[in-house]
Structures are given as structure tokens and as C-alpha cells.
Design a protein around this ligand. Structure first.
Ligand SMILES: *Cc1c(COP(=O)(O)O)cnc(C)c1O
Length: 410
């Protein structure tokens, strides 16, 4: 019996298996691909499992810091051993309540998206008698020419429009309780290749240097974002960035020549690259049926378990790896939910499968359970097992329950 059969027998399916060795390897690859002066933030959104987060914080080599965006992610970061001071808090809709929790727990760096956002951070910081760092998230008026994925240059809830940042700067400077510490960019996710990634980073560094010069914008800290890639639920390897380190160094030497002595301090961010390949989803075939000549393979894992974001066009189709042998037949791969939307792959090539067979879905460590429709149709969340090599480190499952009024009073 292979390892996955063994784990599936022991813990049931659907089952996510996260391998900490693989996650540590990804972290090392990425820190090695960046100049050593860079800090790396792990975006907990990709997978907030505390053991996964812990593996990215500690271990041999340089650990990550935590990029969080909610009270729940803050709790996950703290549970994994981070302190508030290790965290960068981002997001366009921060509330006073979340900010109180974050600042109370020692978070001192926030990425901010609007004047209101900065004022709100400042007000809560003053309540606590502290001064916190605000990075201004910048929505560049133009994206780099070498990328096709544009998350900036268009209207967005994220960031300050670069072309009008100068107009609001006096208002931002007048806010007490905060220090304008620098800038944050996150113009793209999942860059197509190393060239587009480098092009985007060069563009970002150029814009940061220009805003610093033109507007006198403080730049003690510069987070240039991410875009590091890994396949999602299909076979394949993490992106490879052999030129990144030297190209980034060259650009920084030219545009921000004091960077090597910490002015500004620099950071990148990643979610999927760090954890994607470290996860595998195991599911069993519940049934195989034919309707009007078409075959449907029904798994015990659907969009309640994985791929709840397929509506964003981010997923379809997943690839199930043959348990034995090669893909042989065309069939639709569907989940158990009572909705025609519960599709993991429409008319894709699958191995010959029968009820009871185990399938594995590779590269499933990012945007898994917490990015899925966990509550929909009332099935239990998938079990998540964390392994390090052959050792099982932890077995857990997210439980949801309804809290009533007395538990909700704040
Ligand atoms: C989602 C997000 C990330 C992580 O994105 P990946 O594509 O998973 O690397 C990083 N930074 C910010 C600000 C994000 O919103």
C-alpha cells in the first residue's frame, strides 16, 4: 500500500496532506532567489494552518514574516509563534475593532489603502498610546509592459492611485499616531514567467523611487509584492527564478543606491509559491455514472473542499493523478454537492476509475479549505494532516458551529 493509501485509510477522505519538508524547501528556494537583504512575508491567506505557518517562520535558514488581513489570520500567526511585531496587516476594509485587536497584540506595521484607512489606524494607535508604521499601498497608473496580468492601472479598492497620491499626501502627513514608513505594492499574482516578474518588479522599484523624489514620500520600507508561481491542482513544479537576485540588485543599485545598508528595507510577499506544492488532496470516488453517453466521476471532495474560487476562473480543471496507469477516458470530474456548479473538471482526460478508488490532486497546498465553500451543504470540512517526511506531525479538522446570542455579546 502506498503512503497516500495508508493515510487515506487511517484518516478518511477527503484529506489534505501537507508536507513540511516541501514547504521548507520552497521557502529556501525563494529566499535564495532574492537578494539576502530582502525580507519575505508569507501571506497567510494561502494556507493559515498553524503548523504550515510555523514551518515558514522557523527552521534552518531565514524565516518568513507574516502578512495578515484579519483577526483570524492574526490569531493563526500568533498560534504559529509569530509576535505582532512580525506581522504586516493589509486589506482595504480594516475596522476599528480589528485594528484594536491587532494593535493590542503588538502589530506595528499596516498597509493602508485610503485616507480613511490611515486615519482609522492613527486613531486606534493613539488610543493605545503608540505610533505605528503605515505603508501606503500604491496602485500604479501603468503596469509593466512585460506582464499580461494587470491588477493595477485600473480602478480598485486596493491602494492609492499613484497619479493622485500627491494630492492627499498633506492629509496623510497630518494624521497623528502613525508614521508614513514607505510603500507597498502588490500589482500581480502568479506571474507567467521570470521575465514578467522582473519587469513588474523593475517597474515597481522605479515608481517607488520616483514617488519618493517627486512627492518627498518617505521610504524607509518598501514592499514590492510578489507574483511567484506554482501550478494549482495540476502537476508541475514551482517557478524558477535564476536571474531574479542579480536583476533586482542591479535595479536597486541604480534607483535606490542605499538599499544594501537598509535604506529602504525591502520585502517581497508570497502565498502560493511557499505552500502550493507542499499540499496534496486525497479524495475517493463515490460513484461513476453515465448520462446520455457522458461519464461523470463523482468524488467525495468538491468545491466545498477545494476550488471554491473556481468562479474566479482560477481552477478548472484540476488533474487527478492516475492511481495506476495513464489517462484513458474523457469524463467530468464532479463533487458531491447538490449543485451543477460542483465541477472540478469538465470532460477531462481521466484514468479509468471506479467507486472506492483513491485519487490524488497535486499542488493543492494553497487556497485549499479556507478558500472553499466549506459550509455549503453542511458537509464536514476535510481533515488536514501535516507530515514531515514519514512522520505525522498533526491531524486536525476545522469545525464550524453556530454560536448563539450569549456567546456573541462583545
Ligand atoms: C493574496 C496576496 C498575496 C499572496 O498571493 P500569492 O499569489 O498566493 O502569492 C500576497 N500579498 C497580498 C497583498 C495579497 O493580497
Amino acid at each position: 500500500m502506498n503512503r497516500y493509501e495508508e493515510l487515506a485509510d487511517r484518516f478518511g477522505t477527503p484529506l489534505f496532506v501537507y508536507d513540511l519538508d516541501e514547504i521548507t524547501a520552497a521557502r529556501r528556494e525563494l529566499t535564495d532567489a532574492l537578494p539576502e537583504e530582502f525580507e519575505l512575508f508569507y501571506a497567510l491567506k494561502a494556507n493559515p494552518h498553524p503548523e504550515v505557518v510555523r514551518a515558514l517562520r522557523e527552521g534552518a535558514g531565514k524565516g518568513c514574516r507574516a502578512e495578515i488581513s484579519s483577526t483570524g489570520e492574526l490569531a493563526a500567526a500568533l498560534a504559529a509563534g509569530f509576535t505582532g511585531a512580525d506581522c504586516l496587516y493589509t486589506g482595504p476594509g480594516k475596522t476599528d475593532e480589528e485594528l484594536r485587536e491587532a494593535i493590542g497584540q503588538g502589530v506595528r506595521m499596516f498597509s493602508t489603502d485610503s485616507v480613511t484607512d490611515v486615519r482609522r489606524v492613527g486613531a486606534v494607535a493613539r488610543e493605545h498610546g503608540v505610533v505605528v508604521d503605515c505603508l501606503l499601498r500604491v496602485n500604479s497608473a501603468a503596469a509593466s509592459a512585460t506582464t499580461s496580468i494587470r491588477m493595477t492601472g485600473t480602478p480598485s479598492q486596493f491602494g492609492f492611485d499613484s497619479e493622485t497620491l500627491g494630492e492627499v499626501l498633506p492629509e496623510l502627513r497630518a494624521v497623528d499616531g502613525i508614521e508614513l514608513a514607505g510603500m507597498h505594492f502588490f500589482p500581480l499574482s502568479n506571474a507567467r514567467d521570470e521575465e514578467s516578474l522582473i519587469g513588474e518588479f523593475n517597474h515597481t522599484i522605479g515608481l517607488a523611487a520616483q514617488l519618493q523624489d517627486d512627492l518627498g514620500l518617505p521610504l524607509r520600507y518598501l514592499d514590492i509584492g510578489g507574483g511567484f508561481t506554482v501550478p494549482y491542482a495540476v502537476p508541475g513544479a514551482r517557478g524558477h527564478y535564476p536571474k531574479l537576485r542579480s536583476e533586482l540588485s542591479a535595479t536597486l543599485d541604480l534607483l535606490l543606491p542605499d538599499w544594501r545598508t537598509g535604506t529602504p528595507r525591502l520585502a517581497c510577499e508570497s502565498g502560493r509559491f511557499l505552500v502550493g506544492a507542499g499540499g496534496t488532496l486525497l479524495a475517493r470516488v463515490s460513484n461513476v455514472k453515465v448520462s446520455r453517453g457522458r461519464k461523470f466521476v463523482i468524488l467525495d471532495a468538491g468545491i466545498n473542499t477545494f476550488g471554491g474560487m473556481s468562479g474566479l476562473g482560477r481552477l478548472l480543471p484540476v488533474a487527478v493523478q492516475p492511481v495506476d496507469g495513464e489517462p484513458v477516458e474523457s469524463a467530468s470530474l464532479v463533487g458531491p454537492l447538490c449543485t451543477p456548479g460542483d465541477i472540478l473538471g469538465r470532460q477531462i482526460e481521466l484514468p479509468a476509475l471506479a467507486a472506492g478508488d483513491l485519487v490524488t490532486i497535486p499542488n493543492a497546498g494553497a487556497y485549499g479549505p479556507t478558500a472553499s465553500l466549506l459550509m455549503f451543504l453542511g458537509r464536514p470540512a476535510p481533515t488536514e494532516v501535516v507530515v514531515r517526511g514519514d512522520e505525522v506531525v498533526s491531524v486536525s479538522r476545522i469545525e464550524h458551529h453556530r454560536s448563539y446570542e450569549t456567546e456573541l455579546v462583545r
